[in-house]
Design a binder for this molecule. Structure first.
Ligand code: C5P
Length: 309
């Protein structure tokens, strides 16, 4: 009798940046940032099965055409990192089902990496400590530690120096995806070029920090207050590369959103709604206008093992 290979299922969330201040560009090619992240109910599901080799398959409810299936894939690198750290000479088959838009600014690739870390750790029973797992996550990318922790959090430094933020209740969002993705380095580079052209001195007296108004709105669980304090320094650069997003932001506001914001480096746009019913109306309005719109909510937990029955 052939027994099925042991398998671990992990689910990890996508994110929206509620606030993103971009400071100076460092020698390491990363900007000093202050980010308020919220994990939302668009998920990546990863099944890790024992295998002789390291292989990957990717499907999903979103367009997965642009996803690399080799060592450029962050989930593959995560699996390799866990094997190296634990000194294990084992393979794994990673089956990824994507629900977060690809190259959309919602951290889908980072969620895959976080899920693969947790799944391989569990599959191989490595005993790597949670602190070390977070360090490995930070090696993989600036947004990977947040995909591990989830919830609502403040990220400083590259975005990976995390502290949890108190958030009451739930926030309802409608996310609108685009057919074509945007490259994160290209959006940061567009911001730098704009700052150079404008001779903006971005070595401020202070490091980037998240506005108190954001923290206050989160603690109060008040969507109207949060709408008034949303900010993303990458938005202007994303709009320069994708001028059509400005119209989309207007359409969402006209359709009843409290506010709209480009998520991370875009091009996904996140609209904040007053509550679940308002979000359903907004989703219907945006869909009727020809957009691909999904209703999600946050905060939700970070990467965690799911017990399939
Ligand atoms: O860490 P990750 O691979 O997600 O970052 C992708 C790119 O985004 C980096 O190579 C860098 O160009 C840019 N980035 C940045 N500053 C940050 C985070 C990302 O410039 N804090």
């Amino acid at each position: 009798m052939i027994l099925p290979a042991p398998t671990v299922h992990v689910r990890a969330p996508g994110k929206i940046n509620l606030f993103f201040e971009v400071g100076a560009l460092g020698a390491d090619g990363y900007h000093d940032v202050a980010s308020a992240y919220q994990a939302v109910s668009a998920y990546e599901d990863v099944w890790a099965s024992a295998s002789d080799d390291l292989t990957i398959e990717v499907t999903g409810s979103v367009d997965v055409a642009g996803v690399p299936l080799d060592a450029r894939n962050l989930a593959v690198r995560a699996a390799q990192l866990v094997a190296d750290e634990a000194g294990i000479d084992a393979g794994v088959h990673l089956r990824i089902v994507k629900g977060v838009p690809v190259a959309g600014g919602m951290g889908g690739g980072s969620a895959d990496a976080a899920a693969a870390l947790v799944a391989c750790d569990a599959l191989w029973g490595t005993g790597i400590s949670p602190i070390r797992l977070r360090e490995l996550a930070a090696e993989l990318g600036a947004d990977v530690p947040f995909a591990l922790t989830g919830g609502t959090a403040i990220g400083l430094g590259r975005g990976d120096d995390l502290s949890p933020a108190l958030a009451r209740g739930r926030f309802d969002w409608v996310i609108v995806t685009s057919e074509d993705g945007l490259s994160t380095p290209a959006v940061f580079a567009a911001l730098d070029a704009h700052r150079d052209d404008a001779s903006l001195d971005i070595v401020p007296a202070r490091r980037p920090m998240v506005d108190d108004a954001v923290l206050h709105a989160l603690r109060a669980g008040d969507a109207h207050m949060l709408a008034a304090s949303l900010r993303n320094d990458l938005q202007q650069a994303a709009l320069a590369l994708r001028p059509d997003l400005a119209d989309l932001l207007e359409t969402g506001r006209a359709a009843g959103a409290l506010e709209g914001i480009v998520s991370g480096s875009g091009p996904t746009v996140a609209f904040l709604a007053a509550g679940p019913e308002a979000a359903i109306d907004l989703q219907i309005g945006l869909s009727a206008a020809g957009h691909v719109a999904h209703h999600v909510h946050g905060p939700v937990p970070g990467a965690r093992v799911i017990h399939d029955d």
